[in-house]
Each structure stands twice: as structure tokens, then as C-alpha cells.
Design a protein around this ligand. Structure first.
Ligand code: NDP
Ligand code: GUE
Ligand code: MG
Length: 282
């Protein structure tokens, strides 16, 4: 078998076209364009790439983009004051603080300062709690983008054995909540999991978000499984690769996401969807 490709790049372009049409309607009705504020503290080169992709996506769909590129020396007090100001600004519908933050800033404190109604990353404990109680408001972009990609491809999740590898607040844990809400049977694996290959081998659907290049081997994959690779790793030669050994996994899977061009573009499309939803509700 050779897997079909889950083309996140193409599906994300479809989602952006839907968003752009709704923005056009808002503007025709003299409503504000959806506004997204992206705060970057410091000069992490990987973060700069993502922030640039977000700005380009905002421009494409007609959003107002409020970019704050702050020096690494920014104090937590000053960052919190900026968030307070953006929480009050009616032209700003979504606020995103790019992670990771410099060591002298506490990410939990910063995330909790964002108004839950403008938390388009879905990282505030209020929004995590809403997802965990099956009353989602703003859902974390990467896992929700994976769900959109699967839904638009017509892949049914109910009853599947799903294995999520990685248990971070931004990927693994909300991915588990999304899959649970879709009535998959979910197992979550992390750094203390024993015999990871055996866990992965039981999966009808495996989602991997660890940050170790090619750590999941093709011969762990159950024949016919769906493979979602969230990992984005930059190799020494400048190329990108995922957390799954792509060619050997593709030879066994029914569906697989590439890196780049898989989950990454869906994350950004979902960020736009969340921001539009806030604007439409205001
Ligand atoms: N495509 C996209 O849009 C996005 C991609 N990413 C990418 O996804 C990857 C993960 O990111 P993120 O969640 O932020 O990373 P974190 O470092 O926050 O979390 C990594 C997770 O992997 C687990 N882990 C580490 N080593 C192993 C191992 N040997 N076996 C099993 N589990 C292990 C950790 O376990 P423990 O909890 O025990 O420490 C942890 O839960 C990165 O490559 C990142 O670049 C991230 C966000 C969005
Ligand atoms: N507050 C916050 N929210 C985030 O959502 C967040 C974050 N911090 N910190 C970092 C991670 C990572 N992340 C990605 C977004 C887009 C791509 C993306 O566009 N990827 C493209 C191209 C990647 C490239 O060319 O480098 C692709 O996979 O095809 C990747 C990764 C969001 N994150
Ligand atoms: Mg996200």
C-alpha cells in the first residue's frame, strides 16, 4: 500500500478562501475587518518564520494585522500592560503571544492575562476547560486544524483507536480532547511511556507531536492507519522534517500528512477561523 497524502496546504487554502468571502461580506456591511494582534518577544528565528506566515495569511484574507515585535529585554510588567490595552481595543478581535517566551517571563501568567474571548490560540485555562467539557469556544489551533483536515477529507473518527504521541498543552493534550469529543478511543503517550512502538502499532490513527526528527519509524505503523505528523524540525541542511519517518510510514499508511505542507498551514488557517469567529460574535 502507498498512502494518500493529506494535503494540508490545499485544504488550508480552501479554508482561507471561505474566510476571505466572509470578510468581504463584513466590509460590505461596514463592519470592522477581523483584527489579529501577534506579539513576538525576542528574536527566535523559528518564531519569526511562523509570525511571517501569520502576517501573510492575515493580508490574504483581509484581516487587520497588529504586529508587536518586542525586544528580548521586555519586562513581564510591560508585556502584561500591552495585553491589557489589546484586551480593551475593539479593533483587535484576537491576541496571540508567540511561544516560547524568554525565561524571565512566565508563560502561564501571560496566557491568563489574555481575555478568554480574544484568546484565539485557545490556550487560556477557560478555553481548555470548555474543550474538556465538550462545550468548545476557542479551540487550540493545531489540534483543531487536524480535525478540520480529517473532516474535510471525509475521514470518520468514531470508534477508531487513536494514539497521540506527545502531551504538551499546545498539541498532545488538546488533540486528545478533540479526538475524545469525536468519540475515538484515545491513548496518550509521552516521555515516560513504556514500549512506544507497541502503542503506536495498535493505532488506527496516530498523531505525533514530539519534536524529534523521524522518531516514529515506518515499521511501527499498523497497515492502513492514518498518520498525522505535527512535528516541525529544521535539519542542519536547512530542510524541514517531521517526527515520523515519512517514506517508510507512507508505504504502510492509508493517509499521511507531509512536512512541510501538512499540519502547519492548517494551524494558521484555524487561527484565522478563530479570529473571524470572535469578530462575528462582536
Ligand atoms: N505544525 C504545527 O502547527 C505545530 C508544530 N509543532 C511542532 O510539534 C512538535 C512538538 O511541539 P510541542 O508540543 O510544543 O513540544 P513540547 O516539547 O512542549 O512537548 C513534547 C512532548 O513530547 C513528549 N516526548 C518527548 N520525548 C519523547 C519520547 N522519546 N517519546 C514519547 N514522547 C516524548 C514530551 O513528553 P513529556 O510530557 O513527558 O515531557 C512532551 O509531552 C515540535 O516539533 C514543534 O515544532 C508545535 C506546534 C504547532
Ligand atoms: N502562541 C503560539 N501559537 C502557536 O500556534 C505557535 C506558537 N505559539 N509557537 C510555535 C508553534 C509552531 N507553530 C507553527 C505554525 C505554522 C507553521 C507553518 O506554517 N508551517 C508550514 C511552513 C513551515 C516553514 O516553512 O518553516 C508547513 O509546515 O508547511 C508551523 C508551526 C505555531 N506555534
Ligand atoms: Mg496553535
Amino acid at each position: 500500500m502507498s498512502a494518500n497524502i493529506l494535503d494540508g496546504k490545499a485544504i488550508a487554502a480552501e479554508v482561507r478562501a471561505e474566510i476571505k468571502a466572509q470578510v468581504t461580506e463584513r466590509l460590505e456591511q461596514d463592519q470592522l475587518p477581523p483584527g489579529l494582534a501577534v506579539i513576538l518577544v525576542g528574536e527566535n528565528p523559528a518564531s519569526q518564520v511562523y509570525v511571517r506566515n501569520k502576517k501573510n495569511a492575515c493580508k490574504e484574507v483581509g484581516f487587520a494585522d497588529f504586529a508587536y515585535d518586542l525586544p528580548a529585554s521586555t519586562t513581564q510588567v510591560d508585556l502584561l500592560a500591552l495585553i491589557d490595552e489589546l484586551n480593551e481595543n475593539p479593533e483587535v478581535h484576537g491576541i496571540l503571544v508567540q511561544l516560547p517566551l524568554p525565561d524571565h517571563i512566565n508563560p502561564e501568567t501571560v496566557i491568563e492575562r489574555i481575555s478568554p474571548a480574544k484568546d484565539v490560540d485557545g490556550f487560556h485555562p477557560y478555553n481548555v476547560g470548555r474543550l474538556a467539557t465538550r462545550m468548545p469556544k476557542l479551540a487550540p489551533c493545531t489540534p483543531h486544524g487536524v480535525m478540520t483536515m480529517l473532516a474535510k477529507t471525509g475521514i470518520e473518527l468514531r470508534g477508531l483507536n487513536a494514539v497521540v504521541v506527545g502531551a504538551s498543552n499546545i498539541v498532545g493534550v488538546p488533540m486528545v480532547l478533540e479526538l475524545l469529543n469525536a468519540r475515538a478511543t484515545v491513548t496518550i503517550c509521552h516521555s515516560a511511556t513504556k514500549d512506544l512502538p507497541a502503542k503506536v502499532a495498535e493505532a488506527d490513527l496516530v498523531v505525533v507531536g514530539v519534536g524529534i526528527p523521524n522518531m516514529v519509524k515506518g515499521d511501527w505503523i499498523k497497515p492502513g492507519a492514518i498518520v498525522i505528523d505535527v512535528g516541525i524540525n529544521r535539519l542542519d541542511d536547512g530542510s524541514l522534517c517531521g517526527d515520523v519517518e515519512f517514506e517508510s510510514a507512507k508505504a504502510r499508511a492509508s493517509w499521511i500528512t507531509p512536512v512541510p505542507g501538512g499540519v502547519g498551514p492548517m494551524t494558521i488557517a484555524t487561527l484565522l477561523q478563530n479570529t473571524l469567529a470572535v469578530a462575528q460574535a462582536s
